[in-house]
Design a protein around this ligand. Structure first.
Ligand code: ZN
Length: 442
């Protein structure tokens, strides 16, 4: 009996070894999670038939498959079965208890901003599209309340904002209210510049309105009615920049050049080095595909005499702020970051999540997103995953038009057939390059 048992065990072991999965996710047999869904994807043999918890799973001809399974509270078993065996994964799901956070009010308190590029937000949340300005280091502000990790900033009688507690220092130093010094305006062929000067650094917001861009500078220490509005009419394709030197704001709106030969385009291959980006069903790494597409796009643009700068030309780590600095140092007109998408804990039919999406942050880059989206889906034959506003660091600067292209989904089995094919990579690159040229020259 014992021998039979050993024989059985070793047979089982052999079968299990031959049971050919290469799972990208999950990586562990036991998983603790707060997600609502388990995301299971990887590679299997199409001929061996795959089911997950008794749902039939379609496996693409190249072996790619992906599935999301809804999780209930407590222990969940995920059973992957093929003709030759089965594997069991366990998920223990808990729901985090959300504590309600209340706003605390306090007396007007003086504070200063610790460093440049500090987000000023419309809500006390560190996420999403709630940035209404980026304050400079040394700006004097007044706060009169707090919620969670944010202070409430007083801008004027009817305008408040939120700033992270980590970004400011409260002080009882006697600030004096800023005094207005002067204002000026200069007009150039392709740009308009307005300046406004105070005796110290004040908080501001920018509004990219229907017809004009409005810079508002607040002086709440003087009075809660003290707001200075500067507005510059918008050309059709434009970029803008706000700089602060001591107490002097320089607000510049520039019209983009319509000649590709006089345009600087920065092409950014997403991720790199130890930052692999998304991992595809077949184990491909996003960073490599991004670099291939980026290199092709750069070559195609160079053929049109566009001044092209690549943020990375090799497989190397490159921090996000370096990518932004490269664009600023080269006086970029256009910045295109190239990526492939993935899904995490998304409660949806993941097979619908495929194709090309283009993301923008500033209003002035929306048109570029639209033109690229059309051009890529047309050239590469991908599904239209839409254009979306999103707050990614590389596309937040205002001094150039910036978009982030998600050419296809690494986690979608059908898209995996595309992005592993050199011909598709060439078509996607062509779509991006042609879209950029079309946008520049109308
Ligand atoms: Zn990416």
């Amino acid at each position: 009996m014992k021998r039979v048992w050993i024989l059985f065990l070793s047979l089982f072991f052999i079968i299990n070894q031959a049971f050919c999965f290469e799972l990208i996710m999950p990586t562990e047999k036991k998983n603790a999670t707060t997600n609502n869904y388990a995301f299971i994807y990887g590679k299997a043999k199409p001929a061996e038939g795959l089911s997950i918890n008794d749902h039939y799973i379609h496996v693409a001809p190249n072996g790619a498959f992906a599935h999301t399974e809804k999780l209930h509270e407590g222990e969940n078993r995920i059973v992957l079965r093929t003709l030759y065996g089965l594997l069991i994964y366990k998920y223990y799901k808990t729901t985090p208890v959300e504590q309600e956070i209340f706003t605390e009010d306090f007396e007007n308190t003086k504070a200063y901003v610790n460093h440049d590029n500090t987000p000023l937000r419309s809500t006390p949340v560190d996420a999403g599209l709630n940035r209404i300005g980026h304050l400079f280091g040394g700006t004097h502000i007044i706060v009169n309340g707090s919620k969670g990790s944010f202070y409430r900033v007083v801008l004027s009688k009817d305008k408040e904002a939120w700033i992270s507690k980590n970004d400011v220092t409260l002080t009882d130093e006697g600030f004096y209210p800023a005094e207005f010094v002067n204002m000026d305006s200069e007009r150039y062929k392709n740009a308009m510049i307005q300046t406004i000067e105070f005796t110290k650094k004040l908080p501001y917001t920018v509004e990219d309105g229907e017809k004009e861009i409005i810079l508002r500078v607040y002086n709440p220490e003087l009075s809660d009615n003290s707001v200075y509005n500067l507005s510059i009419p918008k050309p059709e394709k434009y970029v803008y920049n706000i700089s602060l030197d001591e107490g002097k704001y320089t607000f510049k709106v520039r019209k983009l050049n319509e000649n590709p030969k006089e345009t600087t385009v920065v092409i950014d291959a997403g991720h790199g080095g130890s930052e692999k980006g998304a991992i595809g069903c077949l184990g491909d790494e996003e960073k490599d595909i991004n670099l291939k597409i980026a290199t092709n796009v750069a070559e195609l643009l160079k053929k049109q005499d566009v001044n092209v700068v690549m943020t990375r030309e090799f497989d190397a780590n490159l921090p996000l702020e370096d990518r932004v600095n490269i664009a600023k140092e080269n006086n970029a007109d256009i910045f295109v970051s190239i990526h492939l998408n993935s899904i995490g804990d998304v409660p949806m039919d993941i097979h619908k999540k495929r194709g090309t999406g283009v993301y923008y942050f500033n209003n002035h880059s929306k048109k570029l997103a639209e033109v690229l989206q059309k051009s890529i889906t047309h050239s590469a034959g991908t599904r239209d995953d839409g254009i979306h506003a999103a707050s990614f660091a590389v596309i937040r600067p205002t001094e150039y038009n910036a978009v982030l292209v998600e050419a296809a989904y690494m986690t979608n089995p059908l898209d995996s057939v595309l992005y592993t094919n050199e011909k598709w990579i060439a078509k996607a690159s062509k779509g991006i390059a042609e879209g950029i040229i079309k946008y520049i020259s109308k």
